[in-house]
Design a protein around this ligand. Sequence first.
Ligand code: UT7
Length: 370
Amino acid sequence: MCVPQRCLTNDDLAQIVDTSDEWIRSRTGIETRYVCSDGETTAQLSIAAARAALQMADANPRDIDLILVGTTTPDHLMPSTACQVQDALGATRAGALDVNAGCSGFVYALAMGHQAIASGEHNLVLVIGADTLSRTINWQDRSICVLFGDGAGAVLLRATEGPAGVLATLLGSDGSGADLLMIPAGGSAMPATAQTVEQGLHYLQMNGREVFRFATTIIPRAVHQVAAKAGLPISEIDWVIPHQANLRIIDAAAKRLKLPEEHFIINLQRYGNTSAASVPIALCEAIAEGKIRPGQNIVLVGFGAGLTWAAVALKWGIEPEEAISPRWRRWWRSLIYRWARLRTDLRHLGRQVTVLLIRLTERRVNGKKG
Ligand code: UT7
């Protein structure tokens, strides 16, 4: 996982808008969040998280078959952030694409990555959830700006035989709720103009109460459905890792599921709502804290813009000590990253030289004609 350096506390936000630490904590559970400084981007966070995942899994970037990045805040509308990740990793054999499913993006991408492996087509799939919603927020709007943070989390899916792994997946959508969470301008329906900027239509807009209602219904429903598909009684779920939007949403979902809150991984107090990154960041932290053990049943569940929702039931299978990478292979990976950078620079240079040569040739031919 990776989050930006810059940390904003609730008190910091109270200096910007009319809010208070007490309001934010009691209504959301959030205490701090990390936001990008100038120059930090979704791709950069994704690349750092991906490198950490490759390190953890001791995998070679050149073995990656597919890179999926769940994000709604790509560096550019085009090309995809996944292609930027592919380039920086030197993952020369990989296909790459972004998955735009709002805050459900990571869980969506995880389900799709699993299917790509289950089909027999791919062996190693890199799945990332990354967002920098701070870039889309009106920092004068207190109902929005206190909620979100930036970050990225990544996992590697590898084809293996055995009882552990993904047990079941569930994807859902309801486009009739599109207006509940939306950035109206900047797409083909309303290209960015001075007027759209003036009217603030490039900012994230949200109907908080309706999204809250949707979330408290959809989380328990999705968990029930994916657990049933996996043949897993709710009582046998060791951990639910929900999208980290609001502590009250998670409380309500836990009550409806009749599953004690101790079975929920919650870290939104530190990071706020990091959109597609929230589930993989919570997973990474839970692994690092030793909460997640081999043999445990875990349900990941996301919801967000679209509207979308997604859930994945899995059985954890990795011993923490398996995840230690020998030093020479770390060195080898860092060499691949440096070579990837050099390769890109050389290609850019090669293109510039070609253009220059063509121009020189044209000038010479035109000179002779003259
Ligand atoms: O990734 C998915 C994206 N989003 C979500 O999951 C968000 C889901 N929704 C929520 O989490 C909650 O609806 C919010 C946290 C956004 C809002 O909580 P709420 O309890 O639904 O508050 P509210 O919108 O009903 O607003 C209550 C009051 C209002 O004042 P009045 O009209 O009652 O006088 C707001 O103006 O709180 C006011 N308010 C604030 N006050 C201080 C709204 N934001 C703030 C704020 N500080 N930051």
